[in-house]
Ligand binder design. Sequence first.
Ligand SMILES: O=c1[nH]c(=O)c2[nH]c(=O)[nH]c2[nH]1
Length: 315
Amino acid sequence: MAVHSQPARPVMLGQNQYGKAENRVVRVTRDGATHHIKDLNVSVSLSGDMDEVHYSGSNATVLPTDTTKNTVFAFAKEYGIDSAEQFAIHLARHFVTSQESIHRARIRVEEYTWDRIATSEAAAGPAGPDEPRHSFVRSGRETRLTQITYDGSSWEVVSGLKDLVVMNTTDSEFWGYVKDRYTTLPEARDRILATQVSGRWRFNWTGDEQKAPDWEESYEQTRTHLLRAFAETYSLSLQQTLYRMGARIIDHRAEIDEVRFSLPNKHHFLVDLEPFGLTNDNEVYFAADRPYGLIEATVLRDGCEARIPVDLSNL
Ligand SMILES: O=c1[nH]c(=O)c2[nH]c(=O)[nH]c2[nH]1
């Protein structure tokens, strides 16, 4: 029997990245008696000349993940945290420009919001001179997100939010849809529309510090437009509402070229109260948690490219 010798099939290293994930950094800024908090969860992911650490175990090009963690905390002290975006841009630039072996940095940030606890009537307004302003309550607000990617020449800034839960108790219909032999859904002329918004928006900023958006202002305005579009759209479907939310952001925020949403349709079913001799005039609902419709789409400025990943859980 002939023996066929096969050349060894080469095994190649593919895409790789490394860094320290979920650095929980809280920065307190003390402005006299008035304190300010930034509460972030920062994940660093670096890539570059990392073949040898995988192939031979040489660590000669590896900046330890422990160092990347230390850098996050040191930067919080040295430069402060004006915004999640600004902080992440600073970190990304540092890793790529300070280490020859690192060619690309991706910094992801989750931000948690804290509200001031009002200790008197005055505390709710501007701080009085002797007013202690150092007590906070973690807000039930959504989680704010940003992801910065820098490869030494081009920047990509994608910000957004998750877990923003909203509901309209009327001005929502759903009818006129395709029906086949499995369709049982009754047409709705007045239903609840509720969702837990996960959204991302991509900035057209190209790296010029002088032309950087006011990141805090941009976030608050974008959130406001999104909420107003949800509230003001008379909805014939969650798809239509999604489009209006994205379009309103693109129309009003020149710094944003692309918006993507992932919207679970949080179904609210009218409860049949007839067995109890009661009518239900759109008053009592069963809030189902699963299964849920899942409506996802990108809304783009005309002529712009879609770059936000289709699956937002990958971002
Ligand atoms: O807004 C909706 N869009 C759908 O595609 C859909 N499908 C469904 O069963 N209910 C709804 N609601």
